[in-house]
Design a binder for this molecule. Structure first.
Ligand SMILES: NC(=O)c1ccc[n+]([C@@H]2O[C@H](COP(=O)([O-])OP(=O)(O)OC[C@H]3O[C@@H](n4cnc5c(N)ncnc54)[C@H](O)[C@@H]3O)[C@@H](O)[C@H]2O)c1
Ligand SMILES: N[C@H](CO)Cc1c[nH]c[nH+]1
Ligand SMILES: [Zn+2]
Length: 451
C-alpha cells in the first residue's frame, strides 16, 4: 500500500490506478502460479486454465469433476459421497454452537424481511376495446447457488444466495460448496438445512460451475448460477454464460472508502482490512482530501495487520491492491470513486447524506461511521453478493428478481386488432416481411385466394 497524491501524479494516472482490470486480464501471484505449474505442467493464464476445466467437465462429466477436485482440492469424490448425506447434516447439527446458529437465524430474519420488499408483481391492464396487456413474473425452475469455501467458510453466503431465491419461489435450489478434507463447514450445512436446501454438492471452483451449467450424471443442470467466488469461479461463470444464466461477476472483494478530516483512521484501517482478508486479489482503497488522515491510516493499517490471524492473505492483498489517494478536494475524490465503481463504498465524511446522490457507481454504499462494511456482510438485510471488477457500472446487487423472469401477455379483441391493423401492415411491409402483414390481413377477411 502506498500514498499517492493527485497533485503529484495527475488525475489521469490516478484514474488508471483505480480502473479495475477486466477479469480475464487478472494475473495470479507467483506462489499460485508456481503451484499451478506443478499441477498442470505448464504456466496457464487463469482464463486458459478455467477454459480447460470447463471444457473437460462439459464433455467428461463426473469423471472430470472428480479429477479436478482431487487435483485442486485434494479431495477424493465418488458418486456416493458427492452429495451431502442426511448423516452429515445430523453430525453438523450436533457440532455447532447454538449461539452462532441463533445469530444466523436473526440475520436470516433481517435478510428475509428486506428481500420481501423487493418482490416484483405480475400485472394485467385493460386497454381499448377489451384488449388486455400484462406481464407475468415467474420464478426460475432450478438454480444452483455457489457458496465459496476455499480459504474461509461462508455460512452468510448461504443465506444471501438462498433467501432471495426462496422469496422468489424458485422450484429447486441446489448448492455447490468446496470442502476441506471432504467435510463441509457445519455452519454452512446448518444454514442450508434450516432454509430447506438439502441437495448440496461437495464441489468448488470452475469445475463446480461447469457441473451445474452443463449437468453431469449426478449433478442436475440448472437454469441459473448465482453466488460469489474467487477468480476461477468468476471466470467460469463468465465462460458458461449463455448455456445458463448467471447473476453477475461477483469476484474478489473490494472496498473503497471516501473520507474527510472528520473520519477515524482506526475505523478506516479496520474496514480496509476487513475486505483484504478475503483474498490476495481483494482490493482496499482510501480516497481522501486530508493528507494527515492518509498518513495516520497508513500507520494504522500496518499496526492492525500485525495482529490479524489472516495476516498472510490480508498483507498480500494490501501490498498488491491497496491504495491511498490524496485528492485536491472532495469533489475530485467523489469523481475518482465513481471511476473505480467498487463493490462496497463507505462514506466517512461530515455530511454523508449530502454526498450520497453524487455516488453513481457502487455495488453497496455504507453511509456514516456506524455503518461498517461487515454490518452488510452479515446482518443488516441487504444482500452481500455484489458486482466487482468495476462491473457495478451495469450489474446490480443480487436480489429477488435475479431469480425470476418476465413474460409478456398480449390479448386483443377483433375490434381492437381492426383499429390498429393498417399500422401493423404498413410496418411489416416496410420491413419487407409479407407473411407478417398477411397474418393481420387474413383476420380482416383479405387473401380470399388462400381460403
Ligand atoms: N463479490 C461478492 O459478493 C463476494 C462475496 C463473498 C466472497 N467473495 C469472494 O469470494 C472469494 C472466495 O474465495 P475462496 O478462494 O475462499 O473460495 P472459492 O470457493 O471461491 O474458491 C475455491 C475453489 O477455487 C479453486 N481453486 C483454488 N485455487 C486454484 C488454482 N490455483 N487453480 C484453479 N482453481 C483453483 C478450487 O477448486 C477451490 O475449490 C474471495 O475472493 C472473496 O473475496 C465475494
Ligand atoms: N465481504 C464479502 C463480499 O465481498 C461477503 C462476506 C461474507 N462473509 C464475510 N464477508
Ligand atoms: Zn466480507
Amino acid at each position: 500500500m502506498n500514498i499517492v497524491s493527485v497533485a503529484d501524479i495527475g488525475i489521469e494516472v490516478a484514474e488508471r490506478l483505480l480502473k479495475k482490470k477486466a477479469f480475464d486480464e487478472l494475473t495470479l501471484n507467483d506462489r499460485i502460479r508456481q503451484s499451478n505449474v506443478e499441477i498442470f505442467g505448464e504456466d496457464l493464464s487463469p482464463i486458459d486454465l478455467v477454459h480447460r476445466i470447463v471444457r473437460d467437465v462439459r464433455y467428461k462429466g463426473d469423471e472430470a469433476l472428480f479429477h479436478y477436485t482431487k487435483l485442486l482440492d485434494h479431495v477424493d469424490l465418488t458418486p456416493k459421497n458427492l452429495m451431502v448425506s442426511e448423516e452429515e447434516f445430523q453430525a453438523a447439527e450436533r457440532s455447532v454452537n447454538p449461539d452462532v446458529v441463533a445469530s444466523l437465524k436473526k440475520a436470516a430474519d433481517n435478510i428475509f424481511s428486506y428481500h420481501e420488499e423487493q418482490k416484483p408483481r405480475s400485472w394485467m391492464t385493460y386497454r381499448a376495446h377489451g384488449s388486455i396487456l400484462g406481464q407475468e413474473v415467474l420464478p426460475l425452475s432450478r438454480v444452483g447457488i455457489y457458496v465459496p469455501g476455499g480459504t474461509a467458510a461462508y455460512p452468510s453466503s448461504v443465506l444471501m444466495n438462498a433467501i432471495p431465491a426462496l422469496v422468489a419461489g424458485v422450484g429447486e435450489i441446489i448448492m455447490a460448496v468446496p470442502t476441506k478434507d471432504g467435510i463441509i463447514n457445519p455452519y454452512v450445512l446448518v444454514a442450508a438445512h434450516f432454509l430447506g436446501i438439502d441437495k448440496i454438492f461437495k464441489m468448488g471452483g470452475a469445475q463446480a460451475i461447469a457441473a451445474m451449467a452443463y449437468g453431469t450424471e449426478i449433478v442436475p443442470r440448472v437454469d441459473k448460477i448465482t453466488g460469489p467466488g474467487n477468480i476461477f469461479v468468476t471466470l467460469a461463470k463468465k465462460e458458461v454464460y449463455g448455456h445458463v444464466d448467471i447473476d453477475m461477476l461477483a469476484g474478489p472483494s473490494e472496498i473503497l472508502i471516501l473520507a474527510d478530516d472528520s473520519a477515524s483512521p482506526q475505523y478506516i484501517a479496520a474496514d480496509l482490512l476487513s475486505q483484504a482478508e478475503h483474498d490476495p486479489l481483494a482490493s482496499s482503497i482510501l480516497i481522501t482530501d486530508d493528507r494527515s488522515l492518509a498518513e495516520n491510516t497508513m500507520s494504522e493499517v500496518q499496526r492492525q495487520l500485525e495482529v490479524l490471524p489472516r495476516k498472510d492473505i490480508a498483507g498480500a492483498s494490501i501490498e498488491d491492491n491497496g491504495h491511498i489517494i490524496v485528492t485536491e478536494n472532495m469533489e475530485q475524490a467523489i469523481a475518482l470513486a465513481n471511476v473505480s465503481g467498487p463493490e462496497h463504498m463507505e462514506l466517512l465524511v461530515k455530511e454523508p447524506f449530502h454526498m450520497l446522490p453524487q455516488i453513481r457507481c457502487a455495488g453497496a454504499i455504507f453511509v456514516g461511521a456506524y455503518s461498517p462494511e461487515p454490518l452488510g456482510d452479515y446482518f443488516a438485510g441487504p444482500n452481500h453478493v455484489l458486482p466487482t471488477g468495476g462491473t457495478a457500472r451495469f450489474y446490480s446487487v443480487l436480489n429477488v428478481e435475479t431469480f425470476m423472469k418476465r413474460t409478456s401477455i398480449i390479448s386483443y379483441t377483433q375490434r381492437a386488432l381492426d383499429e390498429v391493423s393498417d399500422d401493423i401492415i404498413r410496418l411489416a411491409e416496410a420491413e419487407g416481411l409479407d407473411a407478417h402483414a398477411r397474418a393481420i390481413q387474413i383476420r380482416r377477411g383479405e387473401h380470399a385466394e388462400l381460403s
